[in-house]
Design a protein around this ligand. Structure first.
Ligand SMILES: Nc1ncnc2c1ncn2[C@@H]1O[C@H](COP(=O)(O)OP(=O)(O)O)[C@@H](O)[C@H]1O
Ligand SMILES: [Mg+2]
Length: 265
């Protein structure tokens, strides 16, 4: 080998190294991101959902990953709320296995449910705000109930969640002084208090007019995207789903179907 061809081989190696090394770094980083996104926050396997003795849903198998937005779609009475209640520990899981936000649903008791609830946000159709106190006191009530003590930190947290839902100036309003859309934003602010990685929303747009409903959907989508928060939202409103498309899990005839295509007609 001549000296010049040896130099050429070394040079080409350096060029190839410089060319591939950053690509290698990027693909490694992408792999890491993909891996963190594929981490499940909800896993139900072979689960049955009951209301008392009544079997509502059978053989439920669901995996939801961190940061995912998922609709739970189905006609009224098909078990959407029952499934969500099982996920937030209001109904016991007695058949099958379930893990949510790192907690096992099996054998959960009234003593352990509060720990689970601190790691979830729940949003309701009818807002469920305490009507006898203003927004700040509604939020402070939840903070105290979930173990917060320092007034200054609580006040900061309240300003933080109200800013996130665009209602920073409404802390001193009573619930009855707020519109339906604003009350739903406060409900979402309340769900964000403990920085959950999962929000369960049961027909959050059910009581709202179409325009306000769109605003609430945009807010939920931006929360999911900006804070990598998984959202499972029950709805029977196909217009909302068409406008804000996401993965669909469907309840029908006692079963749950994943990624079902919706028949719009
Ligand atoms: N608290 C309850 N006690 C007994 N049965 C209930 C209760 N809540 C709902 N159910 C029944 O469970 C089934 C599923 O209801 P639900 O989960 O509320 O459905 P969806 O949220 O899809 O409208 C229905 O047959 C309903 O009558
Ligand atoms: Mg329901």
């Amino acid at each position: 080998m001549t000296a010049s061809s040896a130099i050429f081989i070394i040079n080409i190696n350096i060029v190839l190294f410089l060319y591939f090394f950053p690509l290698g770094c990027i693909s490694f980083t992408l792999h890491q991101i993909e891996k963190s996104m594929a981490e499940p926050i909800i896993e139900l396997s072979n689960a049955s959902i009951f209301q008392g003795q009544d079997l509502i849903l059978e053989d439920v198998n669901i995996t939801v990953n961190k940061g995912e937005f998922v609709y739970l779609i189905g006609k009224t009475g098909t078990g959407k709320s029952s499934l969500l209640k099982t996920l937030y520990g209001e109904l016991p899981l007695t058949v099958g296995e379930g893990t949510i936000a790192g907690f096992s649903l099996n054998g959960m008791t009234w003593k352990t449910v509060p720990y689970l609830r601190r790691n979830l946000g729940v949003v309701f159709q009818d807002f469920q705000l305490l009507t006898d106190r203003n927004v700040n006191d509604n939020l402070k009530f939840v903070l105290r109930a979930t173990g917060w003590k320092e007034e200054k930190l609580m006040d900061e947290k309240i300003v933080d969640v109200l800013s996130k839902v665009g209602l920073k100036s409404k802390g001193f309003k009573m619930p009855f002084e707020l519109s339906g859309g604003e009350q739903q934003r406060i409900d979402i602010a309340r769900a964000l208090l403990n920085s959950p990685k999962l929000i369960l929303a049961d027909e959050p747009t059910g009581n709202l007019d179409p325009e306000t409903s769109d605003e609430i959907m945009s807010l939920l989508f931006s929360i999911s995207r900006d804070y990598n928060t998984a959202v499972v939202m029950a709805s029977h409103d196909y217009i909302v789903v068409q406008k804000f498309p996401a993965r669909i899990i469907r309840t029908e005839k006692g079963k749950v179907m994943d990624n079902a295509t919706i028949n719009m007609h």
